[in-house]
Write a protein that binds this ligand. Structure first.
Ligand code: KG4
Ligand code: ZN
Length: 386
């Protein structure tokens, strides 16, 4: 079938992924190999282990993505790979492999955060094609990228030469996903914390524990609905999630929950793949209420700041993407808030919210069209900005 076939490769953190996407609008194959099992015993991602796991997985993962798509090296038009941000060693595995694999095919370097934004665009185009509609996305788009490493707000615009992004806010300390993971860890739940907290939250009372709102301190700055600006400077919509983790820890100490956390940790370590019932069997009401209240506070803060930014920037559309965008309560809460505000809101499907390579291939397509190819000597950029 006619079109441009791009093979995407993603290895920035703990997922080795490859995908083939046609013309930025159709996922032809999408393979994600998760390293969770390897990192599980350590309660989080171990960078050296991640690189080694990527080395083992990358060849079979790429082969499967090509085979699933009915493609070969000869038939694809370009290769796209994540350049950053992420773990330096992990990124290098994907980049080195992509360089060797590309030979004389065009190679396109993609920012992982841009990939998360294009996951939304890819699926919207796919939906339009399927339903034979053409729902134009209105600009400017305000995109919240909310993942394990980032909580960033961008104003995104489409130009003739490609996409442009302006960062208007980010976390000052922990990312939202990092807060989910750290709180889960301190409560004796398993890694990654987001999906576990998501499922357990429906079993607790989200109003039981009140958390103080994050204080973003800056002398001589004006605060207005989450907006922080120096006189004359552009407004910023920053986040902070290390305080809420400390509040959870304090609650644990004050209410003497340490012993039950330890016994939960031990019990869950003995179960290969704990199910919801296993978690529930080892969580008392107080703990479930704490979990539900933590999630409620996170979701409310993310939505309030994003909506305040949308208002201040006259955003015509909101995107919410990244691993935390898979959260059920977050989706419901954003949907209510955005519909009250009258702003169209888009999420990727859950499989494309978390790390994948289809989003990398999709973000590469506009670059392919303007022949924005990577220089031969390009390398990993662990702290790459968008
Ligand atoms: O985008 P992603 O897959 O990788 C990064 O780029 O970081 O995001 C992973 C993060 C982890 O912190 C994980 O706990 C969180 O996304 N996450 C969730 C959910 N699923 C994944 N957080 C809350 N609710 C979820 N359902
Ligand atoms: Zn990500």
């Amino acid at each position: 079938m006619a079109g441009t076939y791009i093979l995407g490769i993603e290895s920035s953190c703990d997922e080795t992924a490859a995908a083939v996407v046609r013309s930025g609008e159709k996922v032809v194959s999408n393979v994600v190999f998760s390293q969770i099992a390897a990192h599980q015993p350590y309660g989080g991602v171990v960078p050296e282990l991640a690189s080694r796991e990527h080395l083992k997985a990358i060849v079979p993962v790429v082969r499967k993505a090509l085979a699933d798509a009915g493609q070969t090296y000869q038939s694809i038009d370009a290769i796209a790979v994540t350049q950053g941000p992420g773990l330096a060693g992990a990124l290098l595995v994907g980049i080195t492999y992509a360089k060797a694999f590309a030979l004389n095919k065009p190679l396109i370097a993609v920012n992982h955060l841009e990939g998360h934004i294009h996951a939304v665009l890819l699926e919207e185009r796919e939906k339009d094609k399927r339903e034979k509609e053409n729902r134009e996305i209105r600009f400017p788009v305000l995109a919240l990228v909310v993942s394990g490493g980032h909580t960033h707000l961008y104003l995104a615009d489409q130009r003739a030469t490609g996409w442009s992004y302006k960062n208007i806010g980010h976390t000052r300390d922990d990312a939202a996903g990092e807060a989910f993971d750290k709180v889960a860890k301190l409560l004796g739940l398993r890694y990654p914390g987001g999906p576990v907290i998501d499922r357990l939250s429906t079993h607790g009372d989200p109003t039981a524990v009140k958390f103080p709102a994050a204080q973003l301190k800056h002398p001589d700055r004006r605060r207005d609905q989450g907006c922080i600006a120096d006189a004359g400077a552009e407004p910023r919509f920053d986040f902070s999630y290390s305080g809420i983790k400390t509040s959870v820890l304090r609650y644990v100490e004050i209410h003497g929950l340490q012993a039950s956390i330890e016994s939960r940790r031990k019990a869950l370590a003995g179960i290969e793949e704990p199910k919801l019932e296993d978690y529930l069997a080892h969580c008392d009401t107080k703990t479930l209420n704490l979990i539900a209240s933590f999630q409620r506070a996170m979701v409310e803060d993310l939505a309030a700041k994003t909506l305040a930014a949308a208002r201040a920037c006259d955003a015509a559309t909101i995107f919410v993407t990244g691993g935390v965008a898979a959260n059920n309560e977050l989706r419901q809460h954003f949907e209510q808030a955005a519909s009250m505000e009258g702003v169209p809101l888009y999420f990727p499907s859950r499989p494309l919210s978390t790390d994948n390579a289809a989003m990398i291939a999709a973000a590469a397509y506009p670059k392919f069209l303007v022949r924005d190819f990577a220089a031969e000597d390009f390398s990993a950029e662990a702290a790459m900005k968008l």
